[in-house]
Write a protein that binds this ligand. Structure first.
Ligand SMILES: [Zn+2]
Length: 426
């Protein structure tokens, strides 16, 4: 085990972005074989390049993968819990003539994204990978499904971002690199920062979760870190999530100097306790000192104990970011407001504040009590439904097909002829 108390994870913030201009890392891009990558891989390239995934400098090789799968550590000894892999089919590699020792150009939306120095091309047993990471081989688990969908080879090696994507409104205000976030926290005078991971529009339970965690951590600030990635029907639309969280600050439910909303481009693996560890490491890289974990953090179905994410840290060395463990917040008619499981003695009267209840209120057109959902938040949710959601605050077919993407690739002219191929483009 390696001392993990340094900040960021691994001690150094990884930054692998080619400086602007056409010289240096961009020279000769046109002569590289081109490999189009899908949304997930593009997001992970961006995360590696800006240090969200420090100390990773590229996609994992066999020894790191094997160590992460079995021991939850990188080969270097640093804790790491979720494999970060670039999968590709052998057929595709053969067509492109790519192998170990080559440099390739990863492309996205038909534009250059990053270069990769290929160190290894390898295979790995996907069932054992699923068992180790997810604790199950059941393909009904979305993370296991994602694992089984990998192509038949993995390609490892460091990447360098050569064409930083443009983050589109309204996300541009909220997407910040770890370096930018660390600077902002310094400017705000924050030295103790508690991270709130979310994929939800905040109801009163979330608001109090944040307030309780801020008190428990004796924090200076709260960083909402909204996970933006692949969407499925019925999820809240991304725009509503970030704008509703920020509204809590704008409307003064959090003071201007204690609350910020940010985004993390990430496709949830639903790996329960392992994903909790991953979330802690990424937020540590953002500059957070504390991370809140509630009930069933990053879980799905009945695969994990409701408090597995609380227990996992007991078996790990100091990660340099502390867990703030919270029980449930619910609505209690006798307490006449939002109440905490650890305090309220009327458990038999508890009313669930979970998303499903709130959804039925929003969809049914009934005005929820401000004690369950702030009017200001409801207003944002309704505005977002009109402006971004094709009439609904929830993801539907129209949204999936027609939404403005979170990130777009600027045009980058290449010198020289590229050996393009689009058979993997999705
Ligand atoms: Zn009560």
């Amino acid at each position: 085990m390696v001392d993990n108390s340094l900040s960021p994870h691994g001690g150094v913030l990884v930054e692998r972005v080619a400086p602007p201009g056409t010289s240096g890392d961009r020279a000769g891009l046109g002569s590289l074989p081109q490999l189009p990558v899908r949304d997930q891989i593009a997001r992970e390239c961006v995360n590696i390049a800006y240090g969200f995934f420090s100390p990773l400098e590229g996609f994992m090789g066999l020894s790191d993968l094997d160590s992460v799968a079995r021991e939850m550590t990188l080969e270097s000894g640093y804790i790491w819990s979720i494999p970060i892999l670039l999968d590709v089919s052998q057929d595709h590699l053969s067509v492109l003539g790519i192998g170990a020792g080559e440099r390739v150009l990863l492309t996205y939306q038909d534009q250059p994204l990053a270069t990769m120095d290929v160190w290894e091309v390898f295979t790995y047993d996907l069932e054992s990978l699923a068992q180790n990471v997810y604790g199950t081989t059941d393909s009904a688990h979305p993370g296991v499904q994602r694992t089984y969908n990998y192509h038949d080879r993995f390609m490892s090696g460091p990447i360098t971002l050569v064409n930083p994507p443009q983050i589109n409104p309204p996300f541009d205000r909220f997407w910040k690199t770890p370096r930018q976030l660390r600077q902002e926290m310094e400017d705000l005078g924050w030295s103790r920062v508690v991270a709130h991971q979310t994929r939800n529009v905040p109801h009163a339970g979330h608001e109090w979760l944040m307030k309780g965690a801020w008190l428990a951590a004796e924090a200076d600030g709260i960083l909402v870190s909204a996970v933006i990635g692949e969407k499925k029907t019925g999820d809240y639309i991304d725009e509503a999530i970030v704008l509703a969280h920020d509204r809590l600050r704008e409307a003064g439910f959090f003071r201007q100097d204690v609350h910020r909303t940010s985004t993390l481009l990430w496709d949830m693996r639903y790996a329960g306790p392992r994903e909790a560890v991953f979330h802690a490491l990424v937020r540590k890289n953002l500059g957070c000192t504390h991370h809140m974990f509630g009930r069933d953090h990053a879980g799905v179905g009945g695969y994990y104990d409701a408090y597995a994410a609380h227990k996992v840290f007991d078996q790990l060395p100091d990660l340099g970011i502390k867990s703030v463990l919270t029980l449930e917040w619910w609505y209690c008619p006798t307490c006449a407001g939002v109440a905490y499981e650890g305090l309220c003695g009327h458990q038999e009267q508890k009313q669930d504040l979970a998303g499903t209840l709130i959804r039925s209120i929003i969809q049914g057109g009934v005005e929820p009590a401000p004690t369950t959902l702030r009017r200001e938040v409801l207003e944002v949710v309704r505005d977002c439904a009109e402006k971004y959601g094709f009439g609904s605050p929830f993801v539907g077919e129209k949204y999936l097909a027609n939404r403005t993407p979170v990130m777009s690739m600027p045009k980058l002219e290449l010198n020289g002829e590229g050996a393009g191929c689009t058979c993997m483009d999705k």
